[in-house]
Structures are given as C-alpha cells and as structure tokens.
Design a protein around this ligand. Structure first.
Ligand SMILES: Nc1ncnc2c1ncn2[C@@H]1O[C@H](COP(=O)(O)OP(=O)(O)O)[C@@H](O)[C@H]1O
Ligand SMILES: N[C@@H](CC(=O)OP(=O)(O)O)C(=O)O
Length: 404
C-alpha cells in the first residue's frame, strides 16, 4: 500500500491505541531474495542489486520529503550500512540464516520511512523493532513462535495507549538473530500481536475490496464475500487463497478477535468481516488456484502394496525436506501427492524416494480447489484442460491440471 494511503486510513479511522504492522515496499522482498542468491553464489551482480534497492527507497523518500536532507535519509543510509556490514562480515554458510538476516531489511526500511512520514504529518508514533517483541525458535525462514515469551515481550514493550508501528514477517531467536515467519507472514504477525494484546479487531488493508470468491488475477467475474466464519476462512487460506496467510486466523479465532479485510483504494467500504458467523454470506462457490505445484506419483518397484509403513516413510521425507502436501490419493500400488516446492528441495526428495519407488514427477501443475462446488462449477474449471487428478470431498473439489 502507498505510504500516503496510510495517512488517509489513519485519519479516517483514528489511530489512538492502534498498532500498525507493515511489510516491505513494492516487490522489495523478491528483490532482496535475489540479493541473497547473488551473495550466496558470489555473483558479481550483488553490488548493483543492493544499489537498485537503495535507489528505490531513496526515490520514495525524495517523493515523500522532498530533496531536503530529512532525518529519514540518514536512517535509510544507516540501514544500508548495516546491510553492507552484514554482507562483509558474515562467516556463516547457513543459507536460511543468511536469508533472514538480509530479508528483514525490507521491513526495517519500510517501517522507518512510514514512521518518519507520519511524524512529518503530525501523527506521533512509536517505531517498534519486531525483533524485540516476536520471539521464535531458530528455524530460519519458517520460524515457530514462542508464544509465552512473545506475549511477555509484547506486554512489556508495547504502550497500547499510543500509535505503534512495527514490521510484519520478522522476529528474533533467543540469540537476537533475525528470523522470519514464512513469506507473506505480515498478516500472521498482526494476528500474533493482536492475540497477545487481546486486541478489539485486526484489519488488513489490501488492493482488493475484501475476500472475493476467487483471485481476480486469474478469474474474471469475482464477487465479494461479506461475512466469513473463521473455520471457512481457515480452509480458504489453507487451500491457497493467498489473500490471507494460513496461520493468521488461529490466534484470532482462539481469542474471538474479528478480522476485517478492506481495500486501501476504497477505505470507506466495509470489505469482508471474518468472525463467528454460521455460514459465508453470500453463499457462493469459491475458487482457489495454486500455481507451480508438483505432482509426484509413486509406485512400488515390485508390485507390493503401498500401505501404512511405506506411506509413513514418504511423509517422513516430506517433513524432512519441508514440503507441504496439498492433496493426496492412493491405490493398491501407487500413491500420488501434490506438493508445494517452497524450499527448493525437490532433487533431494526425488533421490530419496527413488531408492524405494518408481517416481513420476510433473513439475508445473495447477491445483484448483473449489469450495461449495456444484457439478457445473467443476465442469467450468475442467473445460478444455488436461486433468491429472480429481478428488471430491463433500462440497470441496480439487483438480490437478497440466499448466499451459
Ligand atoms: N480470494 C481472494 N480474494 C481477493 N484477493 C485474492 C484472493 N485470493 C488471492 N487474492 C490476491 O491477493 C492479493 C492481495 O494480497 P497480497 O498480494 O498478499 O497483498 P499484500 O502483498 O499487499 O499484503 C490480491 O491482489 C489478489 O490478487
Ligand atoms: N514482505 C514479506 C511479508 C509480507 O507479508 O509481505 P506482503 O504483505 O507484501 O504479502 C513477503 O513479501 O513475503
């Protein structure tokens, strides 16, 4: 969301006792991922990549503060010095550790700029380093929250009577190293903080009117879901409706804190409300598309059955290599799984599986999930496509298709 939009939203909705959770600007997390690749692979393009990220942020502060040497320029410079110093002095080869120490700069930069801009506009605020309030384990890139310590830190470090600004997505381990909660984890950070503080509500501001019955990037005619029960929202997020991070809802549901999804383009509109409703309103089929999934079909080498013992072995490997299973189906001598290759561990997985099974792997498939599906909704999705696997459970249908 644009920095200037934040001012509108705060002025419109009030900002006493508000905590803002902000993610990195634009595509900065993706840009920093390339910096990380360049750094790890000792690519000569590293310096130019870092410079491009710096230029992007400097152009934003020039636009916000004019050419004058505002304090924000010094703060942004200082953050880039910290980043460069990490790149020069780091001795670790742990890619995930390196990833988290670098990727967090996207959020540190954005919150610093927003905090200064709000001050410039007369909106006093406290900038809070998320590393001082979100305590996690050291599972870099996908850290788990230590809820007890986090709650203590949040209650100790947040003054709830004022406006606070902190970074989404990041936390720290017990040694003070930066950690992250998984891509797109800013919503989850908001859920964690709200739960620890017993907040009245959480609002996530997006570029869409709210939660729609399909992602408008891939579906033409979408409709707004006005009310969604927590359970339904958890299912939608789990199946891949990327508007909400799947982990966000649990901490909110546990404390009955409603989640609003609203548009920063139309801040007066109510958007979607997720709470203890009986059913979604309006009741519509909801379409979820997950692209770039993997479909792996396993069969035994000697025609023995695929049963509990070898299935548990397969799951052991999936857990070891950090694969998330989207869908699975088995027969006597074959087992198919649709998985998300988030951590680039496919080669290692296939190598291990091939010791026991014949492995067929489709590397780029689309997974469609339809909630509240009727026959005609499924037919519409199937039309003209090559369906590799299909499953239906009550009103949820899942289809795996070859990508174009
Ligand atoms: N069911 C859905 N309803 C609305 N938007 C959706 C849905 N599923 C996916 N999206 C996508 O989520 C995007 C907003 O989420 P995201 O990109 O994570 O926002 P941000 O990066 O600003 O936090 C929308 O632009 C839309 O393309
Ligand atoms: N910046 C992080 C965290 C996040 O939540 O981002 P966004 O709000 O842009 O999805 C990411 O891109 O993964």
């Amino acid at each position: 969301m644009g920095v200037k939009n934040i001012v509108n939203i705060l002025e419109e909705n009030g900002y006493k006792s508000v905590l803002l959770v902000i993610s990195a600007m634009g595509k900065m997390t993706n840009a920093l991922e390339i910096v990380i690749d360049n750094y790890v692979e000792k690519d000569k393009g590293l310096v130019a990549r870092v410079d491009a990220i710096k230029t992007f942020h400097i152009s934003i502060i020039k636009d916000l503060f004019g050419e004058s040497r505002h304090k924000a320029f010094e703060q942004v410079e200082a953050l880039f010095q910290d980043l460069e110093s990490f790149l020069e002095t780091n001795t670790s080869n742990d890619r995930s550790y390196i990833y988290d120490q670098i990727i967090c700069f996207g959020e540190l930069l954005s919150t610093t700029i927003v905090s200064e801009y709000l001050r410039e506009k007369g909106i006093k605020n406290n900038w809070v380093d998320a590393k001082t309030i979100i305590r996690t384990d050291s599972n870099f890139r996908d850290a788990s929250v230590n809820w007890k310590q986090t709650e203590t830190l949040i209650k100790k470090n947040i003054n709830t009577s004022v406006l606070n600004i902190t970074q989404g997505f990041i936390g720290s381990d017990s040694k003070g190293n930066a950690t992250t909660l998984g891509r797109e984890g800013s919503d989850f950070s908001a859920g964690i903080i709200a739960s620890c503080l017993g907040a009245e509500s959480v609002t996530i501001w997006k570029d869409v009117p709210g939660v729609l019955n399909a992602d408008p990037r891939y579906f033409k005619k979408t409709k707004l879901l006005k009310e969604i029960p927590y359970e339904e929202a958890i299912e939608l997020a789990f199946y891949g409706a990327s508007i909400i991070h799947p982990k966000t809802l649990k901490p909110l549901k546990n404390k009955d804190i409603p989640l609003f999804v609203r548009s920063f383009l139309n801040p007066k509109e109510k958007g979607t409300s997720i709470s203890n409703y009986r059913s979604i309103k309006p009741v519509l089929p909801c379409y979820i598309l997950k692209k770039k999934q993997l479909l792996i079909s396993l069969s035994t080498l000697d025609y023995s059955f695929i049963i509990e013992d070898n299935i548990s072995e397969v799951f052991g490997l999936l857990h070891k290599y950090q694969f998330k299973v989207d869908m699975m189906q088995n027969s006597a001598i074959s087992f198919s799984i649709c998985i998300d290759n988030k951590f680039d561990n496919l080669e290692k997985l296939v190598e291990s599986l091939e010791e026991k099974f014949k492995v067929v792997c489709y590397k780029n498939v689309n997974l469609y999930t339809i909630r509240h599906a009727r026959g005609r909704n499924i037919k519409m999705i199937e039309k003209g496509q090559k369906v590799l696997l299909k499953q239906r459970l009550e009103s949820t249908a899942q289809l795996i298709m070859m990508a174009d």
